[in-house]
Design a protein around this ligand. Sequence first.
Ligand code: NAD
Length: 295
Amino acid sequence: MAKIGFIGVGNMGGPMALNLLNAGHNVKVFDLSEAAVKTCVDAGGEAAASASDAAKGVNIVVSMLPKGDHVRGVYLGDDGALAAADEGTLFIDCSTIDVATAREVAEAAAARGMMMVDAPVSGGVGGAAAGTLTFMVGGPAGAFEAAKPVLEVMGANIVHTGASGNGQAAKICNNMILGISMIAVSEAFVLGEKLGLDHQTLFDIASTASGQCWSLTTYCPVPGPVPTSPANNDYKPGFTAQNMLKDLNLSQEAAKGYDANTALGAAAMALYEKYAASDGSEMDFSGIINMIRES
Ligand code: NAD
């Protein structure tokens, strides 16, 4: 069994760390929130005094932090996790962050002779608890192979996406498709309403025709056709509009930095900015249909 340091045990990291504990690994956790640490300690984990303490004396460090700045703060510098870790430690950052930071931190790890992968996830809090996350893993093949067994404890689908930063690239490209397609489906249902078209009828047609997509068939933004979609539960998340905005922001930053034309991604971000700034921030991202209907 591995000795694992886990940094950031919030909504996602908490259940991921519990799955590692349940699989018999020794897990040392650090989080700025004492309550989050306590949940893991109650389940058999050890509390670390700091992020660098969590990285000492372990074989593997996993992190699940909010943004790129947090990842830099935790990993880099003389008192960071990279400096504190023993030789040969493997680093797995599962946070969703910008590609540039992921590559910079991976380079800093490589400069110290350490292996590192970026491994952002999809599957949300439910997938984290069930151990069924999808991991999109960027980094050298050897680091991917070393990370795979521990990722398999927390996920069901572990995909090597290429070089460092490519895990983040896959994640933000996928979520840009999702943000755009949710708006497309929402606009179509609102137009259909105005034209007198029944929701179920539009669903039955589009879900078996060329309008078919995940935002329609799995996460339909109107109540009825897909009983498990958040539309049937007052748009409780799910995946919040705030989180969708964060990911669209990351894709727009990347598009600017790499000179990619993402006109619909930019338009989707502007709409999610408006939705999150109204009452949508903590609603499921599919709730954007209500703003579209009212505007
Ligand atoms: P969260 O806010 O619940 O958890 C983040 C944790 O990091 C918090 O407990 C916070 O105290 C801790 N933290 C912040 N700075 C720290 C530091 N310097 N040292 C130690 N701990 C620190 O967020 P979350 O929902 O768990 O999301 C984590 C990451 O996963 C984000 O990048 C998010 O985009 C991504 N993600 C979230 C979901 C989701 O559905 N929540 C889905 C996929 C990906």
